[in-house]
Design a binder for this molecule. Sequence first.
Ligand code: SAH
Length: 384
Amino acid sequence: MPDSQDIIIQETPLAPAVPVAAGQVNLIGLSRQELEDTVVGFGLPKFRAKQIWHWLYHRGAKSFDEMTTLSKRAREQFAERCIIARPGVVNEQLSEDHTRKWLLGVPGGGEVETVYIPEKDRGALCISSQVGCALSCKFCHTGTQPLMRNLTSADIVGQMLVARDTYNEWPSPRGGRLLSNIVMMGMGEPLLNYDNVKKALTIIMDQEGISISKRRITLSTAGYVPNMQRCGEELNVNLAVSLHAVRDDLRDEIVPINKKFPIKVLLDACRAYPGSNNARRITFEYVMLKDVNDSEADARELVRLMKGIPAKINLIPFNAWPGAPFECSDGATINRFAEIVNDAGYSAPVRVPRGRDILAACGQLKSASERAKRKSQEAPAATT
Ligand code: SAH
């Protein structure tokens, strides 16, 4: 087993647009250029690519039969050589607060969880970027599962397509969307799978398709500094940073990537993040762990660290999971912490956990197969 630090700095290259079954190309997840190359490669005119893009991402077509602007012959030609592969829904759970969680079998192999968090007239889709995670943050359920692989752009875009299918949001509505926002806050570290995440978000943002604006997309990182600048320059999405501790000794322990990119280096990268300003702040996530990171001195140090950064702080009550080695801070402690940060002029809302009953809240995601495996190792099956 390699040392976790070896894994941390390992970025996997862009997954190629591989044929998914013998000789067949999955059109989902191809960039516009790749789609065009595929179409031209079939000896068809380039404009067919634009039409197909529209069907795939504006209309949500699942088969070539639906693509009525294409000639029958062209439809047949595509059906012979290409597929439109979405993730399969392995399991779906609905929370009492209407948060929905899907366990998806993704075309590239493996399973991930995707969560929809509805608000009154809009909602955010929480998308995964990897199967498992290499970062091993001590309070995070996904962190107990090793990194199995990076998701391809098809796997990532596919999560959005399944959610749109479920809420019947085709063709892409102009406004009034239930699926209005995206947070890259599911399983995995998106900046360690940057190329695939970039490719997928570029598809999702494309105005002739799903068309979610960069202002409605937030990418969360535990602090893989080398890709932060690129993310700001190339995608210009909102940035969230999982800070969780204000001293390096503690952060080294609970967010181990800190050993590689300590707090000062991380915050300097935040100061330099392109496109952040007072109207577009960086979100710092801070999970409230009882007697670990929740003292008044921690709150004051947090304020000091934020100096010069257009920041807002999300205080996240710790969401427990089976076997978790932490407890959530009590309400009074969280409120006092929030007060200190607020008094210093930073917005510091205490997040209301969503979907806890179905283990869909922050940090509770894990492939069900992994969960089942662990369960069977921990406890013998009950006899009736
Ligand atoms: N790897 C990225 C993306 C995951 S985002 C990142 O770390 O930012 C998931 C968010 O939920 C992160 O802020 C994470 O620190 C937080 N989180 C993880 N476990 C949690 C838990 N048990 N309770 C509350 N928040 C948690």
